[in-house]
Design a protein. Sequence first.
Length: 236
Amino acid sequence: MTAKNSADSALVLFSGGQDSTTCLAWALARFAWVETVGFDYGQRHAVELEARVRILAAVHSRFPQWSDRLGEDQLLALDVLKQIGGSALTDATKIEMGRDGLPTSFVPGRNVLFLTAAAALGYRRGIADLVGGMCETDFSGYPDCREKTITATAEALTLALDRRVTVHTPLMYIDKGQTWALAEELGGRALVDLIIEETVTCYEGDRVHRHDWGYGCGVCPACDLRAKGYARYTGA
């Protein structure tokens, strides 16, 4: 079981949100073959997983320059994070700053676990290049989004699998306004419109309230970042 054109392939950690959709476009612009992996980790809102299916279908139908290079998608169950619990993303907990100085939306170890599972899948698929939307410029203070964490994880996976694992993080040092601009650079207004209409970033999973930047509660930290970034992008 190996990927088509595995020597020039990438595996995108794809959640169905704004950042991972932009990263998917980034990978499709650079690699001959791109596959995707998502994670069902017991998150409170299934709308995130539903968005993945719609976005991938839209890429195939609306972006002919990418369709032939977008390959298999897999969804892995990592509900151990739900079992551990304690996060506002897995439990009915208020989103606020915790006593440890991190927001209650922080899911401990999530990105390290995601990268480990993706690298193991990539090993079986013959893919050594992973792409993730981690960012330490416009983010909620999560320590597993920092470049040092990602670099250390990639090195540990390289040792554990006895082959080079590279983790690409194209959003690491750009803000949300620049992320919107990158999406337009990669896929034109069509990609921006897809992100607005279909991606889910809101921590409350709100698909009712429509804003100029997309759907969301408009109040949670993720919506706040997205809205402010869109305003910078549009000059509003």
